[in-house]
Design a protein around this ligand. Structure first.
Ligand code: NAD
Ligand code: IPM
Ligand code: MN
Length: 368
């Protein structure tokens, strides 16, 4: 970048750096996010970080979950959000996690939860005979509706006649935009081997949940007919779980509702080497989007320097690609791959390093 341009930007108060909001959150979120930042710093990406203390500690101190205007501020002042995880045994209601994480997804309308499932090293997969090249699919999870809307109620609480109702919200707009996103993702993202994506599979439970499933079926058929280059497939979620374990090679792009997407992406994380390896992005095209590892705050292993930071580091790479910094993203992904091949990893995936040491190895490799 020319000096004159830098000076002009300085004079007019324009920063050329992408502004990143950091929300480490609780538990191992506080350990893995610093390692993701280390990789981002090592790659020399033009980023500016601002940290926020939203989480259990803050909630227990002043009862704040999301500060007033919090989501509007994130959307207005930042290019992307990098988040750890929320959940703390000292807050048994989980109210802060609900308001911060689920609140952010809904209030910022981050409707597509994109969860790539890639086996970077065949040794990490618990399935027999599966090699790295065999697993390269993505789950696009609807992120703002379904049973997560928390619409419902309890009647005659605490009595023998108690009734609990949890509604499943599925809107035409909500289903259609996420299904469209899945087809667009398929069109715009090659497989790791450079070949084009070929099929989009919709996963539901329309044999039992006929109203919601019927809407998903109709929308998928309509949007699919507008994308004739893709083979459109369907599986019930129960059968899909079996197929994912029996033959994960068959999957390419999967689109599904909020809850099924949550469940099948933990199963899919198991194929990649566990929750410590899985990355995700919560996306609304054109708006400030949020990136987080798929795992939670893992209270039993928190504070012990044993959590795997690679899911968070790969999430940081995903964020870079989203921000148009693809070359930097590739460098970070290559460094994680090198760490796996050299067994410079945490114990959950067979190494001997701690969280910080594994992060340090990746950062050094990125900077080398
Ligand atoms: P979890 O993902 O925290 O842990 C599940 C299992 O995976 C545990 O055995 C844990 O030790 C292991 N694990 C997870 N991440 C790991 C890592 N990076 N390295 C090594 N092992 C790892 O899920 P959980 O136990 O069901 O939930 C714990 C808390 O986290 C709960 O409060 C839950 O609500 C919350 N949670 C938050 C998010 C989020 O904020 N995005 C996601 C999932 C769960
Ligand atoms: C996830 C998590 C969350 C979800 C929890 C913490 C509410 O499991 O991001 O996968 O169910 O969406
Ligand atoms: Mn989950």
């Amino acid at each position: 970048m020319g000096r004159a341009r830098t000076r002009l930007c300085y004079l007019f108060g324009v920063s050329l750096k992408k502004k990143i909001a950091i929300l480490p959150g609780d538990g191992i979120g506080k350990e893995v996010i610093p390692q993701a930042i280390r990789a981002l710093e090592a790659v020399g990406a033009p980023l500016e970080f601002t940290s926020f203390d939203w989480g259990a500690d803050r909630y227990l101190t002043d009862k704040t979950t999301v500060p007033p205007d919090g989501f509007a501020m994130l959307g207005r002042d930042f290019d992307a959000i990098l988040l750890g995880a929320f959940g703390d045994p000292r807050v048994p209601t989980n109210i802060h996690a609900k308001e911060i994480l689920l609140g952010m997804r809904v209030e910022m309308d981050l409707y597509a939860n994109v969860r790539p499932v890639r086996l970077l090293d065949g040794r990490l997969c618990p399935l027999k005979g599966v090699e790295a090249k065999d697993i390269d699919f993505v789950v696009v999870r609807e992120n703002t509706e379904g049973v997560y809307g928390d619409v419902g109620g309890v009647f005659k609480k605490g009595t023998a006649d108690e009734v609990a109702i949890q509604e499943d919200i599925n809107t035409r707009k909500g289903v259609e935009r996420v299904v469209r996103y899945a087809f667009e993702y398929a069109a715009n993202h090659l497989r790791l081997d450079g070949s084009p994506r070929q099929n989009v599979l919709m996963c539901d439970k329309s044999n039992a949940m006929t109203h919601a499933g019927g809407l998903w079926q109709r929308v998928f058929k309509q949007v699919g007919s507008e994308h004739p280059q893709f083979k459109c497939e369907h599986m019930y979620v129960d059968a899909l779980c079996m197929q994912m374990v029996r033959d994960p090679r068959q999957f390419d792009v999967i689109v599904t509702n909020n809850m099924f997407g949550d469940i099948i992406t933990d199963l899919a994380a198991g194929l990649q080497g566990g929750l410590g390896m899985a990355a995700s992005g919560n996306i609304h095209p054109g708006k400030t989007s949020m990136f987080e590892p798929v795992h939670g705050s893992a209270p039993p292993i928190a504070g012990k320097n044993i959590a795997n930071p690679f899911g968070a580091i790969l999430t940081a790479a995903m964020m870079l690609r989203h921000l148009g910094l693809g070359a930097e993203a590739e460098k970070i992904e290559a460094a994680v791959l090198a760490a796996l091949l050299a067994k410079k990893t945490t114990v959950d995936i067979g190494g001997t390093l701690g969280t910080r040491e594994a992060g340090e190895w990746v950062a050094q490799r990125v900077g080398a």
